[in-house]
Design a protein around this ligand. Structure first.
Ligand code: SF4
Length: 65
């Protein structure tokens, strides 16, 4: 599973980082999403990522197989 982020759509709401803090962080400059690559090898990462995608209010996160 892969994830794509669209920082143009991201409004910096932070739901991704709250939902899956091992996978997502936010830019200190503008609050937009930052991927944390090391978290994706952890058990349960796919499920956490799905939760973050569902909660993102701007549609900035897209999962692909
Ligand atoms: S939840 Fe969506 S809008 Fe909020 S910081 Fe993450 S990607 Fe951006």
């Amino acid at each position: 599973m892969r994830i794509q982020t669209d920082t143009d759509r991201c409004i910096g709401a932070g739901m991704c980082a709250l939902t899956a803090p091992a996978l997502f962080d936010q830019s200190e400059e503008d609050g937009t999403v930052v991927l944390l690559p090391e978290g994706w090898s952890q058990e349960g990462a796919d499920e956490e990522a799905r939760g973050a995608v569902e909660r993102c209010p701007s549609g900035a996160l897209t999962l692909t197989d």
